[in-house]
Design a binder for this molecule. Structure first.
Ligand code: XUL
Ligand code: MN
Length: 360
């Protein structure tokens, strides 16, 4: 009852803040896909760092080997990795950039062909846990406690390939080993229902949050919601966000857009459905997302057809779309919305929202 009361009070007095934006170096890329080679020149990592601030971004997201190239190949010692990450931290400081998270890239190495934590081969499972421990070392050196679990190949192509009970236990066991390895880090699970595997084990945010209950410290397991991943599960991204926010588990987002049930497109935020994007911005803003240091991450890819010139537009415009929609959301009259809800006049509410979007 007390909790319900608090929720009502919060609804009446939303905490609205300012937003900080982040993206990962992989979001500026050469355009290779499964059917064709690169179409744009490589922008070197150090050059990318110079671009962040100019485009209005203060946070940088890393895979472990974005931060320390080669860290997953088994050729570097732990000390060498920490040294390289410590050097990188100095460079980030010089650029005024903050590392948001580190995610182990558990999908290129031969040890991860059939997944890492859920591989049927114990050697590969060991590799996955050890590699994630090194990702934690790198995160510490970069000054962040956030580890992202995008469970790329933790799943199957045919149902009979792995036992789903066993596999879920193995993922929980990996999470537990990592929470035990470092008492300060927290895991943000980025759920996705498919791609590259056909059936992924943690397909939605409900699964991600519940996985924490299989560990001894659920308070350190939260989630990162990616718009496209929610859409691939045929779910509404803003409702997914609302669900995670109600659990106080939304610790990061990857905003983008997606044209229906196909491969993960990572389109410019709002490019397909601006109203759907407005609802994501609105749920974040209304719930005070960002007030505890959460970042607005944009996991977007430029179109393959784009020439070298303009290869950053997807990031600049995604940020712009967010800010423009924030303006629209804040211009809406909450009292009017409440009155229309009370009246159950959803046709009028529908028009009120459409009118606000079309006017701008
Ligand atoms: C994959 C995806 C990744 C994660 C980070 O679909 O979104 O880029 O965000 O590993
Ligand atoms: Mn993502």
């Amino acid at each position: 009852m007390a909790t319900a009361k608090k929720a009502v009070a919060k609804k009446e007095k939303p905490v609205q803040g300012t937003f900080r934006f982040s993206f990962g170096p992989w979001n500026i890329h050469e355009g290779a896909d499964s059917f064709g080679p690169e179409v744009r020149k490589t922008i070197p990592f150090n050059k990318k760092l110079e671009l962040y601030k100019k485009m209005g971004f203060d946070g940088i997201q890393f895979h472990d080997d974005d931060a320390v190239p080669g860290c997953g190949d088994g050729k570097m010692t732990q000390a060498q990795m920490i040294k390289a990450a410590t050097e990188l931290k100095k460079t980030l400081d010089n650029h005024g950039l903050t590392a948001e998270f580190v995610a182990p890239r558990m999908w290129f190495n031969p040890n991860t062909i059939d997944g890492g934590y859920t591989s049927n081969d114990p050697k590969c499972r060991k590799y996955a846990i050890e590699r994630t421990k090194r990702a934690i070392d790198i995160a510490n050196a970069l000054g962040t406690r956030n580890i992202v679990f995008w469970l790329a190949r933790e799943g199957t192509y045919i149902r009979e390939a792995k036992d789903p009970v066993w596999a879920t236990e193995r993922i929980a066991e990996a999470a537990q080993a990592l929470l035990d390895y470092d008492k300060n880090i927290r895991l943000m699970i980025e759920s996705k229902p498919n791609e590259p595997v056909d059936h992924a084990y943690i397909p939605t945010i409900g699964h991600a949050i519940a996985l924490g209950l299989l560990t001894t410290d659920p308070s350190r397991i939260g989630c990162l919601i990616e718009t496209a991943h929610a859409l691939l599960a045929n779910l509404c991204p803003s409702d997914e966000m609302g669900y995670a926010l109600a659990h106080k588990k939304l610790w990061s987002v990857h905003l983008n857009d997606q044209n229906g049930l196909k491969f993960d497109q990572d389109l410019t935020f709002g490019a397909v459905d601006p109203r759907r994007a407005l609802n994501q911005v609105r749920v974040l803003d209304k719930a005070g997302y960002g007030n505890n240091g959460e970042w607005v991450g944009l996991d977007v890819k430029v179109m393959r057809t784009q020439k070298d010139k303009g290869g950053l537009k997807h990031l600049e415009y995604s940020r712009k779309v967010f800010l423009r929609l924030l303006e629209i959301s804040r211009s809406l009259d909450d009292a009017k919305i409440e009155a229309l809800r009370a009246e159950r006049d959803y046709e009028e509410l529908n028009w009120y929202i459409l009118d606000a979007i079309l006017k701008k």
